[in-house]
Every structure is written in structure tokens, then in C-alpha cells.
Write a protein that binds this ligand. Structure first.
Ligand SMILES: [Zn+2]
Length: 193
């Protein structure tokens, strides 16, 4: 599993040019059919995505290339999940956030609980990326709590990404840099770009 750009034409040309790396061994990925269709609930309505599958020329492992708009095993767009996290750090409760985003309160509670459980890990992971992307950008400053600190690290990493690669939303960048595992139980591991 690998998180890639939402632009499918770009993914195709990157695969053809051998620019995408295997998340297991960093070998070159080549096209290998498609994964199952996936419905992503977005702020603008449901979108059906047909994820590309790729096979590593080195280890022969196959990987599904998920769009940076989503997270692994989450039906909602990462920007929606991110908006819930931001609203929670700003002091809103899960019921009010759920009403604002039009998703069930239990779903929002699940995102917030998982993110809070992983906040220390997320902060450390994204702080490493800040340094890797732009050593000049300065430290990630304490934001007043472990969850707020994790959010701050994501925001600073997002800014460092934009300075290096050009315009991008902070949450799609967060999906990429977490390998889609921002709100998951798996451990976070470094991802190349
Ligand atoms: Zn490989």
C-alpha cells in the first residue's frame, strides 16, 4: 500500500517513468492492474475511486496505490477527518463537529480517539519530516497539549512540503507522509516522496 497523488494521469506517467518506489524495499514499481473500486465520502459528495495496483520489480510484491485524498480503511476524505481534528483542538465537541460535517457522531468520536491515542507518535513522525523537508523551517513549537502538538507538527510539515514541492493541502500531505496511517493502529514508518 502506497499513498500517491490524487491526479491519476500523473500517477500513470510516474509509474511509466519508474518514479514510484516500493514501500517495502524501495524498488521500482510498475503497473499491475487495478484494486477494487472504493467510495470516498468527500465534502463535495461521494467519489468512486479505482485505485491502481503496482508490482515491485525488486521484491515482486504488489501494492495498491491509494489517493492522497483518503486514509487506509477510512471511508471519509482525509480533509474531512482533518477538519474534525482541527475543530476538536479549537475546543468543539464531537457532536457539534459531526453536525457541521454531516457525519455520524460515533464516526467523529472514532477519528478523534484514534488520533489522540497516536498523538505522541504522530508529533514525532511529522517533526522528523519537518527536518527532512526543510531544516530551515525551525522547530515545531508546543501548542498546549499532546493533540494540539501533533496538529502543529502536521501543519508545519505541510508548510515545509509546499515550500519544497509547491501547492498542496495540508491533509493530503499528511496522508502521504503517514502512508495513509494517520488514524490507524499500525505503526508509522518513514515514507519517501
Ligand atoms: Zn519491493
Amino acid at each position: 500500500m502506497l499513498i500517491v497523488c490524487a491526479d491519476q494521469a500523473r500517477v500513470e506517467s510516474d509509474l511509466a517513468a519508474g518514479l514510484l518506489s516500493c514501500p517495502s524495499c524501495w524498488g521500482v514499481l510498475a503497473r499491475w492492474g487495478y484494486g477494487r473500486d472504493r467510495v470516498l465520502r468527500c465534502l463535495t459528495g461521494d467519489r468512486v475511486l479505482r485505485p491502481r495496483r503496482a508490482r515491485c520489480r525488486g521484491c515482486l510484491g504488489t501494492h495498491v496505490l491509494l489517493s492522497e485524498q483518503g486514509l487506509l480503511r477510512r471511508r471519509d476524505e482525509v480533509s474531512v477527518i482533518g477538519a474534525a481534528i482541527e475543530a476538536n483542538v479549537a475546543g468543539l465537541g464531537s457532536r457539534r463537529i459531526a453536525r457541521g460535517l454531516g457525519v455520524p457522531a460515533d464516526t467523529v468520536r472514532g477519528w478523534l480517539r484514534r488520533f489522540a491515542e497516536r498523538a505522541g507518535l504522530v508529533r514525532a513522525h511529522f517533526t522528523r519530516y519537518v527536518v527532512a523537508l526543510d531544516p530551515e523551517v525551525g522547530p515545531v513549537l508546543p501548542a498546549g497539549g499532546i493533540v494540539a502538538d501533533a496538529l502543529e507538527a502536521i501543519a508545519v510539515a505541510g508548510r515545509a512540503w509546499v515550500l519544497r514541492f509547491g501547492p498542496a493541502g495540508p491533509w493530503p500531505v499528511a496522508s502521504r507522509l503517514s502512508g495513509g496511517l494517520l488514524c490507524n493502529t499500525s505503526s508509522l514508518f518513514p515514507v519517501l516522496w
